[in-house]
Design a protein around this ligand. Structure first.
Ligand code: AGP
Length: 613
């Protein structure tokens, strides 16, 4: 939610800020703005409602705004509707302090009352304006410098925030603050950067520092000084980002989502290959000891959205091979449901971004209750990764499209790998079976490539059904879990109403919604329950529904006898079926959204990284 950038150095800042924001637009895209300081013009603020392109055009790509220091913002509105005035940067009464913010200042109303009582006028409806006004208030009222004023402000504000602050009275620096919202420092030659995400930096520097909660940083062109929450100087560890720059570019594809779908075989290779050795799972420097795993009585998987759907697949797979109870919880519910968690509970937290606020809050609650945390995260150095007892990175590479694809499929295989590792420790799976599954896992990328080659058939089905208003996904067991993801993909990017049901539930209510021409996507890849899948298809057909079915090559012909259309995936081990089966569902959603003229990479009202509750 919201993207922040900052630059101080010898180059013109505005073009660099706009370029950085273009990489962060996936985080929010209802308005954008920059504040730049130049000795001749002072602190100038430029902002506009709408996509970044509006601001970019207004500023002629940044060329019309002089200055070598500035901050920028792309917004996902929380407080105050998207509008020019509510866009960031927010400025103080005198116009001398500009603030960009990602997060929520929870006690803003009380602070606003206080400041208004002191005669400070407000112009926006945002919580962020309170920060700009409060910092200025401390500068003026207490006669302190900007850094001290920021420190005093931090002692008053509550909530989650990443802040970039530029002050006309100290124009050679940017002050950055982080609490519960990501913020990354970039160390350049004769310049320094600030960004919500490394994708906005890697064109300019690969040397980054991940800010910790409560830290304050002062960026100048000569370097960056960090302070802890007591404003004592701290030494920041510098990490090297080895991502390919191209990985965060479209590379000739029309959409990031399509590119990321096509990248899945390679992503799976990366996630799996190095973790299999001699027919066993191999995790380097794994902190969860065998003794610890042996005393685990229950596993909780906690996540949001698609990552939660990975957990749903995980429940079926893990319980089958571990014979340990697995509960899956929505992170947004977890901390409010008084979860039964203790030292014998392993909590597996799944998050592509590693920054989802609900997931982070659930992680902290689970830790507080005494559980150990294993996280599956894509973004290296993200908050969830850093607060976990053990992280398994999914190594999907940067994922830019709001709708996750390679993020989801790499989470699936890494969770499977962990399940196999634990099953070997517990002795619930023998070496032979484990080896066979791992060998099959190594074949997944090739099989996935075959599924991707069949994309024209899926495009054809999309052309048949793209104008439907309502779709149901049905399946049992792993097919049901996979249906949840297929349904979410479709609704989030095509805006078609879509729901996923466990097939057996149809007759308990949902079947009353099936009428002539209703599209039902029936998932029947799980051989053990294939006959039941067939029966459900027949029931739907008998009520006039149109059935698009998904099954394995072995069952394709059989299914074609009852369904209106069939897509097949190569046969594989049951545990791995969702890894292949989800790909046609992603493609179906993609093509449907394309045919409906939707903004695929940036669906309305959404953002990639959800850092508000
Ligand atoms: C999926 O396509 C979504 N955009 C969304 O549901 C996402 O999976 C969810 O917000 C969780 O994000 P995370 O994995 O980064 O925590």
């Amino acid at each position: 939610m919201c993207g922040i950038v900052g630059y101080v150095g010898n180059e013109q800042a505005a073009p660099l800020l706009l370029e950085g924001l273009s990489k962060l637009e996936y985080r929010g895209y209802d308005s954008a703005g920059v504040a730049v300081y130049d000795p001749s013009t002072g602190l100038s603020v430029h902002k506009a409602k709408g996509r970044l392109a509006v601001l970019d055009k207004m500023l002629d790509g940044g060329r019309s705004v002089p200055g070598r220091v500035g901050v920028g913002h792309t917004r996902w509105a929380t407080h105050g509707a998207p509008s020019d005035v509510n866009s960031h940067p927010q400025i103080s009464r005198s116009g001398r302090i500009a603030v960009v913010h990602n997060g929520i200042i929870e006690n803003y109303a009380e602070l606003k009352d206080f400041l208004q009582g002191q005669g400070v006028p407000f112009t926006s409806e945002t919580d962020t304006e309170v920060v700009a006004q409060l910092v200025e208030y401390f500068c003026e009222h207490d006669g302190v410098d900007i850094l001290e004023a920021v420190g005093r402000c931090l002692r008053r504000i509550e909530g989650a925030y990443a802040l970039g602050i530029l002050c006309a009275d100290a124009p050679d620096q940017i002050i950055a603050v982080r609490k519960d919202s990501p913020l990354i420092l970039g160390y350049g030659d004769g310049c320094s950067f600030l960004a919500s995400d490394v994708t906005a930096l890697i064109r300019h520097t690969r040397r980054v520092g991940y800010m910790d909660d409560g830290e304050v940083a002062v960026l100048t062109k000569d370097g960056i000084q960090c302070y802890n929450h007591l404003m004592q100087p701290v030494e920041k560890e510098i990490s090297y980002v080895d991502w390919e720059i191209d990985a965060a570019e479209k590379g000739g594809y029309e959409h990031f989502m399509f590119k990321e779908i096509m990248e899945q075989p390679q992503a799976i290779r990366r996630a799996v290959g190095p973790r299999i050795r001699d027919g066993e799972v191999f995790f380097e420097d794994f902190a969860l000891s065998d003794d610890y795993l042996r005393q685990v009585k229950k596993i909780y998987i906690v996540a949001c959205g698609s990552s939660y759907h990975v957990g749903m697949v995980g429940k079926y797979n893990l319980e089958r091979i571990l014979r340990v109870p697995v509960e899956v919880a929505l992170a947004s519910e977890f901390r409010y449901m008084d979860p039964i968690v203790d030292g014998a509970t392993l909590v597996i937290v799944i998050s592509q971004s590693g920054e989802t606020l609900d997931t982070m809050a659930a992680l902290r609650e689970a830790k507080r209750l005494g559980a150990k945390i294993l996280s599956l995260v894509n973004v290296v150095g993200s908050s969830i990764a850093r607060e976990s007892d053990q992280v398994l990175y999914t190594w999907a590479g940067p994922e830019i499209a709001v709708a996750t694809t390679k993020g989801y499929s790499t989470q699936l295989v890494v969770l499977d790998l962990f399940g196999l590792h634990m099953a070997r420790v517990l002795g619930t799976i023998d070496a032979e079976t484990c080896r066979a599954i791992l060998e099959e896992m190594l074949r997944l990328p090739e099989k996935m490539e075959a599924v991707l080659e069949n994309k024209d058939a899926i495009q054809y089905y999309a052309s048949q059904y793209f104008n439907h208003n309502s779709v149901f996904f049905i399946g049992r067991n792993v097919d049901y879990a996979m249906g949840l993801e297929g349904s979410l993909k479709l609704k989030e990017i095509s805006y078609i109403h879509s729901e996923a049901y466990a097939s057996g539930e149809l007759k308990h209510g949902t079947i009353s919604l099936i009428e002539e021409g209703t599209l039902v996507v029936a998932l029947g890849t799980y051989a053990r329950l294939f006959d039941k899948a067939m029966s459900n298809i027949v029931e739907v057909k008998a009520r006039g529904g149109d059935v698009l079915a998904l099954t394995t090559e072995d069952h394709g012909q059989e299914m074609a006898k009852v369904a209106n259309g069939v897509v097949t995936i190569p046969n594989t081990h049951p545990m791995l079926l969702p890894s292949l089966g989800v790909v046609p569902l992603q493609l179906f959603a993609y093509y449907v959204a394309l045919m409906r003229g939707c903004d695929i990479d940036k669906p309305r009202n959404l953002a990639k990284s959800v850092t508000v509750e």
